[in-house]
Design a protein around this ligand. Structure first.
Ligand SMILES: Nc1nc2c(ncn2[C@@H]2O[C@H](COP(=O)(O)OP(=O)(O)OP(=O)(O)O)[C@@H](O)[C@H]2O)c(=O)[nH]1
Ligand SMILES: [Mg+2]
Length: 364
């Protein structure tokens, strides 16, 4: 810095000649700048950058997978192999399936009238034990035990009767009936299997694609508490922040419901919210008959699934600060594993953003 100043000082001003472009060149430069600004403006009108935020397990990455199915030719062979590895892990990881069956067995033991034969009883008591025996057997035997247990009549009717028993992971209902095919080593997963796969996001991921003439960028982040600190680095150039909340989590302990919406209780996040996607509406409506909403929320007096959905949406929007009360946050009920439904919601979100882009550019 100092050396540069010394150098400048040593220049004789008499010797400096500044070339001023003639009027024609100046005009050409100015036109070029104007054109490039206009081009940039036109490109910005057709550009949509969506940032997905939300608690863990809410459905953000599932929406991204749907974008790949809808707009990026789905999954490559490489992706499929990658997902297959995770699929087997999803079933075996931390003995997840054992844990699910363990819970089922414990409940069946509390309701012995559901268990009809001696062979059923033997397997139920086996699964009701802790997992020590299960950890000591090989994978092929594990598979045999799991399939035998899943086939039991009492287990099947239990799973049907409690389609979404709170302690089961949300994808259990999808995977358990398909267990025998999924566990076969040469099974090739389908796009639907992959949509139901649970792989927590641990880094910031983005996808870029064209939706007609519109250039779309979707950024997906991890929703677990430790990853929320990284959200702040993702806001640049974002046209819309979509908050994804799981409707299916309503019957978890109230603290957990609050944990799901806690991130938006930070005023900064709510102020930039554009959309709220209330995901897992399929699980939500299936759960309601056996887990009525009024058991979990004071002040709910609705009668059906529509009333209950409205109530949850309002519960979420109540977090808006008074400063923010006149700003619209667009709400969408979604089933993130349903491609058609996500397509519909995504189109609605893009339409709104594109209209806003036009308004900002002053063209509309
Ligand atoms: N039935 C059903 N399952 C859903 C829905 N949305 C997501 N899931 C399932 O819920 C699980 C979690 O979904 P993810 O998309 O991984 O959740 P996430 O918000 O990305 O979670 P993090 O990466 O941990 O922040 C997966 O097993 C999905 O298949 C839905 O609307 N309906
Ligand atoms: Mg994710």
């Amino acid at each position: 810095m100092k050396a540069g100043y010394q150098e400048l000082k040593s220049i004789d001003p008499e010797e400096v000649t500044i070339t001023v472009p003639n009027i024609v060149t100046q005009f050409a430069i100015s036109t070029r700048i104007d054109r490039s600004l206009q081009k940039e403006k036109a490109e910005n009108i057709n550009r949509v950058n969506i940032l997905l935020l939300g608690g863990a397990d809410a459905g953000k990455s599932t929406i991204v997978k749907q974008m790949r199915i809808l707009h990026m030719n789905g999954f490559s062979d490489y992706d499929m192999r990658h997902f297959h590895k995770y699929l087997r892990r999803n079933i075996f990881q931390a003995n997840l399936t054992f844990q699910i069956f363990h819970e089922v067995a414990l409940t069946l033991q509390e309701n012995p009238s559901e268990v009809h034969s001696e062979s059923e009883e033997t397997l139920v008591s086996r699964f009701a034990e802790n997992n020590k025996w299960f950890l000591e057997i090989g994978e092929s035997q594990e598979v045999e035990y799991l399939l035998d247990f899943e086939k039991l009549k009492c287990v099947q009717s239990y799973l049907e009767y409690f389609p979404n028993y709170s302690s089961l992971p949300d994808n259990a209902q999808y995977y358990i009936p398909k267990l025998s095919s999924l566990l076969s080593p040469d099974y090739v997963p389908t796009a639907e299997d992959i949509l139901h796969l649970r792989v927590p996001t641990t880094a910031v991921h983005e996808i870029n694609f064209f939706f007609g003439p519109t250039k779309i960028r979707v950024v997906d982040v991890g929703g677990q508490r430790t990853y929320r600190k990284k959200w702040i680095h993702c806001f640049e150039g974002v046209s819309a922040v979509m908050f994804v909340a799981s409707m299916a989590a309503y019957d978890q302990a109230l603290e957990k419901v609050d944990a799901l919406i806690k991130p938006v209780m930070h005023a900064e996040i709510f102020q930039i919210l554009h959309d709220a996607a209330h995901a897992k509406k399929d699980i939500f409506s299936k759960k309601l008959p056996s887990h009525p909403l009024d058991k979990y929320f004071n002040g709910y007096y609705g009668k059906n699934a529509d009333d209950a959905s409205e109530f949850l949406k309002d519960y979420f929007l109540k977090r808006k600060s008074s400063r923010d009360k006149d700003r619209t946050i667009y709400s969408h009920y979604t089933c993130a594993t349903n491609t058609k439904n996500v397509e519909f919601v995504f189109k609605a979100v893009c339409d709104i953003i594109l209209k806003k882009n036009l308004a900002i550019s002053g063209i509309s």
